[in-house]
Design a protein around this ligand. Structure first.
Ligand code: NAP
Length: 291
């Protein structure tokens, strides 16, 4: 198969954008442009580097320019919450927006597709994970979306947030308390996340950047002998696709899930919000494999 052919741009080409800083290494343009091309949509997706001070102007500009959809990434996901006209329930619960839908009347709707993107690769394991204990390593923005998703989709018997700053894990716990009526959330310092907690977990998630390029030999949980065959071990890191955390999981018989599946899942949900169409996943995977 030859190089992908860029869609011909025309006066009627519609625009979707990514707002973030930095954006140079983002995979979102590859994902969405491949999807537009595969469906023959006259649309293009561009990554825009937006400094924090320029975010209000950039968001107002979406409406002014007739942009039909936007993604928002680091460091703007939380700040943008107060800049849109309304939020979806997920975005409100997670306290962060990664997708903006510009409605035909110019209303800006802030959505969060990280939670649905996280859950998608777990669908085949839902029966084995439902009602079981889970642990999340890290307590940043992604951890909050992941915790919300696990509470809503898997009703865990216990969900432990382990962060190197215990107070950060506690802040996350308080923020999600309204979505935790059974009181299953617990906050611990990473060094307290001792063997029984990790061994008992049926789902263990790395929501820290540890293991990302250029440090692929780093792992958020170096005690790999705690891993076993009844676990699903999920790394949000997607570059590299195979992290040490996931390699250790495989060696000890656990089921590995890499971050690329979540990246595609959150993109697919955003794409559906904007276009009303399902993302052509095969075309997207092919495009990502070629980059
Ligand atoms: P974030 O808001 O900066 O939070 C990162 C969390 O990891 C914080 O709790 C941070 O603690 C902790 N952490 C950082 N370095 C650590 C270390 N060396 N040891 C232990 N904990 C450490 O970042 P985020 O937005 O949540 O993103 C986290 C990761 O998820 C990133 O790698 C990101 O690329 C990935 N992600 C992937 C997807 C996907 O679609 N696959 C989506 C979203 C995010 P401190 O505050 O103490 O530093």
């Amino acid at each position: 198969m030859g190089e992908p052919v860029p869609p011909a741009l025309s006066p009627s080409t519609r625009l979707a954008v990514l707002l973030g800083d930095p954006v140079a290494h983002s995979r979102s343009p590859t994902i969405h442009n491949a999807a537009f091309r595969a469906l023959g949509l006259d649309a293009v997706y561009l990554a825009c580097r937006v400094a924090s001070g320029d975010l209000p102007a950039a968001v107002a500009g979406l409406r002014a320019l007739g942009v039909f959809g936007a993604n928002v990434t680091i460091p703007h996901k939380e700040t943008v919450v107060s800049l849109v006209d309304r939020l979806t329930p997920e975005a409100e619960a997670i306290g962060a927006v990664n997708t903006i839908v510009v409605e035909t009347d110019g209303t800006l709707v802030g959505a969060n597709t990280d939670a649905v993107g996280f859950v998608q690769p777990l669908v085949p394991f839902e029966r084995q994970l439902r009602g079981q204990p889970a642990v999340i390593l890290g307590a940043g923005g992604a951890a909050r979306a992941v915790a919300y998703a696990i509470l809503a989709a898997l009703q865990p018997s216990r969900l432990t947030i382990a962060a190197r700053q215990r107070e950060q894990a506690e802040t996350l716990l308080y923020a999600l308390a309204p979505y935790d009526p059974r009181g299953v959330l617990h906050a611990v310092a990473l060094e307290e996340a001792a063997v029984p907690m990790i061994r008992e977990a049926r789902l263990l998630v790395n929501a820290t950047p540890v293991g990302m390029a250029p440090h692929p030999e780093a792992t958020p949980w170096p005690h790999a002998t705690d891993f076993h065959a009844e676990q699903v071990i999920y790394d949000l890191v997607y570059a590299p696709a195979e992290t040490r955390f996931l390699r250790d999981a495989v060696v000890h018989g656990a089921i590995p899930v890499g971050g690329l599946a979540m990246l595609i899942g959150q993109g697919a949900a955003a794409f559906e919000h904007w276009t009303g169409q399902a993302m052509p996943l095969d075309a997207v995977r092919l495009a990502l494999a070629g980059t």
